[in-house]
Design a protein around this ligand. Structure first.
Ligand code: NAG
Ligand code: NAG
Ligand code: NAG
Ligand code: NAG
Ligand code: NAG
Ligand code: NAG
Ligand code: NAG
Length: 318
């Protein structure tokens, strides 16, 4: 992605805040930009977000930092995190009798390396021994996305063992609540959204097909805004040589990562990508996980036919 641009940063910020908002237990906190903001004018906010002093949070809670635990889910459930909060990674150092699975903690450079568990350019924060005892402590000092992963075995713990998550620490800003912080961020991104809604052909001249990295495409061609239209173009099956496709909306980040179609919604079948293509209007500021669902997700997992979009709000030009 050739450097982390401001636009990408914003997408992430909004992504992070949307995901946090969507995932909080208090349903009133779920926000779409079609709703009023703030959700409770002058009302009381969830006490969870009235935090002022920095917190120490043990990553994974009582599970600690281990193989086969979804830290993405954990982070969404236990967020938001604030600047100066401390994350504690607890894991057993290697023993002579080989009864432990050693782990480590790395900070990955960007969203792409996070998605691919690619350790190139990653910074080792803690080696295999540093998670013992009271654990390894990491203070969230910067207002930017942090991509954490276990670096053992070239990222296998990250890719197969789900040992990764990202955190976008929120500023405390004195008496400001999470809601205000979020509102500010959203305002900042609103100010950048200009122009009118666009039609964007997914994959450009490649269209929607096997073996194109749509994650790369989305990172290069984003950010996208509400009221933009994504157009999926693919040929309907004509003979036995055709490779048909369709378009699904996957349920959440975890299903996206695993190309798991459980609970996914079929948006367009194998015939609907013909002609002018299938059009999908981006309506809400919520992460959308698109994928081809053919052959139970094989086009998604092996053919890279998947991508995430988090539309930014587009203010109406009054
Ligand atoms: C991880 O989970 C898989 C499937 O549930 C299991 O086969 C494997 O043994 C687990 N690995 C570890 C290290 O717990
Ligand atoms: C975080 O801590 C540093 C020093 O410990 C302090 O200077 C800074 O203001 C704190 N930031 C926030 C957002 O609380
Ligand atoms: C632990 O693993 C190392 C290297 O794989 C091996 O040399 C050693 O004998 C093992 N120790 C035990 C107690 O199994
Ligand atoms: C990992 O990232 C580096 C640098 O961004 C890149 O050159 C390399 O091709 C990537 N490796 C894989 C397997 O994607
Ligand atoms: C891990 O880091 C600590 C502190 O820097 C160091 O003392 C220790 O030797 C390192 N362990 C390994 C296995 O590299
Ligand atoms: C996808 O790419 C692989 C490796 O480059 C190639 O072997 C395969 O034939 C391609 N499949 C399609 C459907 O283009
Ligand atoms: C296409 O495949 C079906 C079943 O696999 C076969 O019956 C049919 O003859 C094939 N058609 C052509 C044009 O090859």
């Amino acid at each position: 992605m050739g450097g982390f641009t401001f636009a990408h940063g914003l997408v992430l910020i909004v992504a992070a805040s949307c995901m946090l908002a969507v995932s909080t237990a208090n349903k009133d906190w779920k926000f779409g930009f079609n709703n009023h903001w703030p959700p409770h004018k002058g009302g009381s906010h969830h006490p969870k977000y009235r935090q002022a002093a920095p917190n120490k949070v043990i990553v994974g809670g009582s599970e600690g930092w281990r193989f086969n635990f979804s830290y993405t889910n954990w982070a969404f459930k236990h967020g938001p995190f604030y600047l100066n909060d401390t994350l504690v990674f607890k894991y057993d150092p290697p023993k002579d009798d080989n009864t432990t699975i050693p782990h480590s903690v790395y900070l990955l450079p960007n969203l792409r390396s996070f998605m691919k568990c690619n350790l190139t350019g990653a910074e080792m924060l803690a080696n295999v021994t540093q998670g013992g005892g009271q654990g390894f402590e990491y203070v969230l000092k910067n207002w930017k996305p942090h991509y954490f992963a276990c670096g053992q075995h070239d990222g296998i713990h990250c890719s197969l063992g789900q040992m990764k998550f990202f955190v976008m620490p929120m500023p405390h800003m004195g008496g400001f609540t999470f809601a205000r912080g979020l509102a500010l961020i959203v305002t900042a991104s609103c100010m950048l959204a200009v122009g009118t809604a666009k039609k964007i052909i997914v994959g450009g001249s490649e269209g929607w097909k096997f073996n194109v990295s749509y994650t790369d495409w989305a990172l290069k061609n984003g950010p996208f805004y509400t009221h933009d239209t994504l157009v999926f173009k693919y040929d309907p099956p004509v003979d036995n040589n055709s490779i048909p496709h369709n378009v699904y909306l996957l349920q959440n980040y975890e299903s996206f990562e695993k190309c798991n179609l459980k609970g996914a919604k079929l948006l367009a079948d194998v015939t609907e990508g013909g002609g002018d293509g299938f059009e999908y209007v981006l309506k809400k500021c919520e992460p959308l996980y698109f994928a081809c669902g053919l052959h139970e997700g094989v086009h998604c997992s092996l053919g890279q036919m998947k991508f995430v979009v988090v539309p930014l709000p587009r203010p109406s030009l009054v």
